[in-house]
Ligand binder design. Structure first.
Ligand code: AMP
Ligand code: TRP
Length: 332
């Protein structure tokens, strides 16, 4: 079983990233051959500062290592270091439908946010993402709910590739998504009808993994709830539902258990419990972070070692892909 996922180097990762994705990356190391990359090439598809991109890449790498990625038990690297990703992206373009790319929600959202330029790269983003996964013939892709459509697309691309070029063989593996049942969509604390997001959420609406204890407590304490009093989930209670999901994941129990426990208690006591639990949940990562982030040479060494392993897998896939597509000389 091979697991692959990518994460953007946006520096400040939030509780949604942790619960929807990072937590699953760490668990993936026990379930199979886990491969994770920081997708710096994807980050160039929207307006960005080159110096910040390098800094954010280290920030994100340090957060993942602090959260428990172990370079001895997974392959951890930077996307831009492995040229097979953009190469496969181009080759897969031949079996990607323009109409499918035109239907991508994330493109619509992100293109609407751009002030100066909607780059062709942003439109092509999902094809590069497909290449990321398909280059490793991964079986499973742990992501949050917002990535569902991108994983659907990479499945279609892999199927179309095999049908077009495979001559009866599956040159590429059609991956499955792994979206957690609870916690795949953590909502903004100030606007619980919107997803918690690095770009769209306000400072109070997003809870960052590196937020200090008192900041975590105060953000949860001032989270928007509704006018009712009952601690239970429901479409009319997006704020409380979100906090119930968060506590459920943090404690590792079913959301129903949380509802039973707080039956008859008010929001105040409930929010204090959530705040304490989240503080404890994030503390180990935050505490390990500073030391790991400090040593950029060591971070580069870790990423370089990962690159070597990633490259050796991806180059084999690319040799097969080029062969069946008729690109380059025939292999003997
Ligand atoms: P990104 O920072 O956009 O690269 O996202 C990294 C991972 O976090 C992806 O797998 C997303 O699906 C996941 N993710 C982002 N926001 C949320 C959220 N609010 N709730 C759950 N998962 C999320
Ligand atoms: N698009 C993903 C996100 O915004 C990041 C990503 C890039 C990714 N390549 C990937 C996720 C491959 C899973 C697999 O979160």
């Amino acid at each position: 079983m091979r697991i692959f996922s990518g994460i953007q180097p946006t520096g400040r990762k939030h509780l949604g990233n942790y619960i929807g994705a990072i937590r699953q990356y760490v668990e993936g190391q026990d379930r199979g051959e886990a491969i994770y990359c920081i997708v710096d090439l994807h980050a160039t598809t929207v307006a960005y500062e080159p110096a910040e991109l390098r800094r954010f890449t280290y920030d994100t790498a340090a957060i993942l290592l602090a959260a428990g990625l172990d370079p001895e038990r997974c392959i951890f690297f930077r996307q831009g270091d492995v040229p097979e990703h953009p190469e496969l992206c181009w080759l897969l373009a031949s079996v990607t439908a323009w109409g499918d790319l035109n239907r991508m929600h994330q493109f619509k959202e992100k293109s609407a946010q751009q002030r100066e330029l909607v780059s062709a790269g942003l439109f092509f983003y999902p094809v590069l993402q497909a290449a990321d996964v398909l280059a490793y013939r991964a079986d499973e892709v742990p992501v949050g709910d917002d990535q569902r459509q991108h994983v659907e697309l990479m499945r279609d691309i892999a199927e179309r590739f095999n049908a077009r070029f495979g001559a009866g063989e599956n040159v590429l593996v059609v991956p499955e998504h792994r979206i957690p049942e609870v916690g795949a969509r953590i909502m903004d604390l100030q606007d619980p009808t919107a997803r918690m997001s690095t770009t769209a959420s306000s400072e109070q609406g997003a809870l960052y993994i590196l937020d200090e204890r008192d900041v975590v407590a105060s953000k949860i304490g001032s989270a928007v709830t509704d006018s009712g009093t009952e601690v239970r989930r429901g479409p009319d209670k997006p704020g409380i539902s979100n906090l119930i999901e968060i506590l459920s994941v943090v404690r590792g129990v079913e959301p129903e258990r949380i509802e039973d426990e707080f039956d008859g208690q008010g929001y105040g006591a409930f929010k204090r419990t959530v705040a304490e639990a989240v503080v404890e949940y994030l503390a180990p990562t935050r505490e390990r972070y500073a030391e790991i982030r400090e040593d950029e040479d060591e971070l580069e060494r870790v990423l370089a070692a990962g690159t070597e392993k990633a490259h050796s897998i991806a180059s084999e896939t690319l040799a097969d892909v080029r062969e069946v597509m008729g690109v380059g000389p025939r292999r003997r």
